[in-house]
Design a protein around this ligand. Structure first.
Ligand SMILES: Cc1ncc(COP(=O)(O)O)c(C=O)c1O
Length: 436
């Protein structure tokens, strides 16, 4: 019997765990190292989702392990009004990476960083309406959840007053088309903001956006969109908050995804990748905005704000990203990954679309190319086949789309490992397609 079927473990799961969303993989994970996680049978499973889209350096990177051991012994957690070198040094390093965003708040999770960003935007603008994309994910806490539209809205009572959504541009399923039939995102954005203006009570505070909507099915904002969105915000005295939980720190082939678009947001939130799997998040903003927030008495006093242990990890993560040139590597390995995924698209009718950039890709499964009908069941079967063959791939299942595989391997993945993953993907699709 496979050790993954241990009844004591699964009885514990059934009897004692809260089911918090989706289903659990039928595995017991005993350890994780580099690009692999290892199950109870000692089987190596290639992790194409970097844990929860976070482990950019792979699992248990020796430099991170050493930092945790050292910093844990020195100082892990402090009174929130006490500061330490790792905190100030990380703030300086981050400010150096994002010119113009000089002021940094260090927190723990993505939702928390968005909570702080939205709170700051409301205080500074003196307004309260927050606009987000209809396929967004910004987290599971109050204001972040109110700005999350891809899942989890029903059954929890009212969202924050002043929550407004606009459609996320989707080049595979355009709502507005140019004469050539391509996505006409400019018309879509104009139309969306006409609706925002119609709904607004005159209190628009901020727009919060992911540069690539990940949980929404890897929808990339077309080049030019962010600049146009920022212009819409400026016209209305709104701040632009960019949530780079997943795209930050090299994932897309730039240190931050917004660099491609030649804009700087008013507030940037980072999480997931900045701790490479450990709970670390940051809110970054301009000196002007931070000064204004301070004058108005900005309060975001949490237990783990400015903790030295995660800050030290963040410094090590940036060191490794720079020393191992992982931003460039994301571009190079990304090209290889996209070549492999596009080859799958050529070969299999059920692969409707391949999109994304750098080392962040979406591969959408449909019944056929012509109708582009979502094929959620087929996607789920491919994911299960891949897992059986030693590849873990996350699949987003939204009713409005096909199953979309989200591929975001560690930036440290080797060419051989990437090839192995692409081969397993091909085998998994082939087996599902031939069995019908
Ligand atoms: C873009 C984005 N923002 C925020 C979050 C929330 O982060 P956390 O789960 O750490 O609160 C997520 C989580 O998936 C995310 O993808």
């Amino acid at each position: 019997m496979s050790k993954n079927n241990n009844p004591e473990f699964w009885n514990g799961v059934t009897n004692n765990l809260v089911r918090y969303g989706g289903s659990f993989d039928p595995l017991i994970i005993e350890r994780a190292s580099g690009s692999y996680v290892y199950d109870a049978d000692g089987r190596a499973i290639l992790d194409f989702t970097s844990g929860q889209m976070s482990a950019v350096l792979g699992h248990s990177h020796p430099r991170v392990v050493a930092t945790v051991q050292r910093q844990m012994a020195e100082a892990a957690h402090l009174f929130s009004g006490m500061l330490s070198w790792p905190v100030v040094n990380l703030a300086k390093r981050l400010a150096g990476l994002a010119p113009g965003l000089d002021r940094v708040l260090l927190l723990s999770t993505g939702a928390e960083s968005n909570e702080a960003a939205i709170r700051m935007a409301k205080l500074v603008t003196g307004k309260h309406e927050i606009v987000a994309f209809s396929k967004s994910w910004h987290g599971m806490t109050g204001a972040a959840a109110s700005a999350t539209y891809s899942a989890g809205r029903k059954g929890y009572g009212p969202a924050t007053v002043g929550s407004i959504a606009i459609p996320a541009p989707n080049s595979y399923r355009p709502r507005f088309r140019t004469a050539e039939g391509d996505l006409d995102w400019r018309s879509e954005l104009d139309d969306a903001f006409a609706l925002v203006d119609a709904q607004s009570t005159g209190s628009l505070a901020a727009f919060i956006a992911e540069p690539i909507l990940s949980s929404g099915g890897i929808l990339e904002l077309p080049l030019g969109y962010l600049a146009a969105l920022q212009a819409k915000c400026r016209e209305r005295g709104m701040l632009l908050i960019l949530d780079e939980a997943q795209t930050g720190l090299g994932r897309t082939g730039d240190m931050f995804a917004f660099e491609r678009d030649g804009i700087t947001p008013d507030i940037l939130t980072l999480s997931k990748t900045i701790g490479a799997g450990l709970p670390l998040a940051a809110v970054m903003t301009t000196a002007e905005i931070e000064d204004k927030a301070y004058e108005k008495g900005f309060l975001f006093y949490t237990t783990h704000v400015s903790d030295p242990l995660p800050a030290a990890v963040g410094l090590t993560v940036i060191d490794v990203v720079e020393e191992e040139r992982l931003v460039e590597r994301a571009r190079l390995m990304g090209e290889k990954m996209f070549a492999g995924l596009n080859a799958l698209k050529q070969r299999y009718e059920c692969v409707g679309d391949v999109r994304g950039r750098g080392m962040m890709a979406g591969l959408e499964i449909v019944t056929d190319r012509k109708s582009r009908t979502p094929a959620l069941e087929t996607g789920a079967r491919i994911a299960a086949e891949a897992l059986k063959r030693g590849l873990s791939m996350n699949i987003v299942k939204l009713p409005s789309m096909g199953g979309v595989f989200r591929l975001a391997p560690p930036l440290t993945i080797s060419e051989a490992e990437l090839d192995q993953g692409l081969t397993i993907m091909a085998e998994a699709i082939e087996s599902v397609v031939t069995r019908g």
